[in-house]
Design a protein around this ligand. Structure first.
Ligand SMILES: Nc1ncnc2c1ncn2[C@@H]1O[C@H](COP(=O)(O)OP(=O)(O)OP(=O)(O)O)[C@@H](O)[C@H]1O
Ligand SMILES: O=P(O)(O)OC[C@H]1O[C@H](OP(=O)(O)OP(=O)(O)O)[C@H](O)[C@@H]1O
Ligand SMILES: [Mg+2]
Length: 281
């Protein structure tokens, strides 16, 4: 039975569970459920702290897991990314009161508060900077106001939390993170993990594309297909009126309306858009 670790709390939990649901797996019914057996798919899900997931995966006690790239790197655990999952995006940055510094080298001799000491110590060492790293569990933005640190290193998504504390990012991005599927470093991909990867890829693709159907005069099929060529090739079917054809094609969700406008201008009509629930390409 494949053992998969899933975030039980925090920013990654809900989107991870939703993605597994869309991938056809059984998910927990309430947040108190910590182990879920999905016998139909021969999978067991362990709902664990996202920070601990890389440790379990690296130790081989579970086969794979969903966590953040920043948490994986911070843990130093022997696990690697199998695929990115397209949610939980954030940056990891240094910040301080305005004027604190402009580059990582300005941190030398200062105290840096963070919940990610592994990441920060590695980054400082890579830049030859010697500084004291103060490990905190969360709400690190307050550490400067309370006087336990001069600089913080933390997850920045919208930047709202920093602004509210009167802090500004400085220096280069330490890291760009997102949710990732991870497996033990050096392990062979098992059939179960391959199926999981294919299902997750199907969900990501289904989210990125929509299905477009339209009718177009037969002599304009080539021009219409040039506007929306699809992934391989559009499906073109004859209509009862042989002067017209029906075309079915996948288009990137973000370009849907621009493509519809272009097709309409060309002469296409009855242009319909439908969501794709799942797919295997
Ligand atoms: N706005 C965000 N705040 C915190 N973490 C975020 C955010 N967006 C994405 N993440 C990612 O979520 C992971 C951190 O999850 P974790 O559950 O440890 O903390 P959290 O989401 O801050 O939850 P909490 O602090 O409520 O326990 C990291 O991989 C981080 O990059
Ligand atoms: O850039 P923003 O959109 O403001 O998001 C980033 C903030 O969100 C997270 O904090 P969280 O609310 O999880 O609290 P924590 O610090 O206690 O983990 C993170 O640690 C940052 O503080
Ligand atoms: Mg947090």
């Amino acid at each position: 039975m494949l053992r998969i670790a899933v975030p039980n709390k925090g920013s990654l939990s809900e989107p991870a569970v939703e993605m597994l649901r869309e991938s056809g797996y059984r998910v927990r019914r309430d947040s108190k459920e910590l182990v879920v057996a999905d016998t139909d798919n021969d999978v067991e899900f362990f709902y664990l702290r996202p920070r601990d997931i890389a440790v379990y995966v690296g130790s081989g006690t579970v086969d794979c897991g969903i966590t953040g790239r920043d948490l994986l790197l911070d843990s130093g655990s022997p696990a690697t990314e199998v695929m990115t999952l397209g949610f939980g995006g954030s940056t990891f940055r240094y910040a301080g009161k305005p004027g604190t510094g402009a580059a990582v080298t300005d941190i030398a001799g200062h105290r840096v508060a963070t919940s990610y000491p592994g990441l920060v110590e590695k980054h400082l060492a890579e830049h030859g900077v010697s500084a004291e790293v103060v490990r905190l569990d969360g709400a690190v933005e307050t550490a400067i106001t309370l006087g336990v640190a001069d600089v913080i290193a933390d997850v920045v998504e919208t930047g709202t939390t920093l602004r509210q504390q009167g802090l500004e990012v400085f220096g280069e991005e330490i890291l760009r993170s997102e949710a990732v599927l991870i497996a033990r470093a050096g392990s062979e991909e098992t059939a179960g993990v391959e199926v999981l990867r294919r299902r997750l890829t199907g969900v990501i693709t289904a989210r990125h594309y929509v299905m477009l159907d339209y009718d177009v005069p037969a002599d304009l099929v080539e021009a219409a297909c040039a506007v929306a060529p699809g992934l391989e090739s559009p499906t073109v079917s004859p209509l009862q009126n042989r002067d017209w054809a029906a075309v079915r094609v996948m288009v990137p969700r973000g370009r849907t309306n621009a493509i519809m406008d272009e097709l309409y201008d060309l002469g296409a009509r009855a242009i319909l858009v439908t969501d794709i629930a799942a797919c295997r390409l």
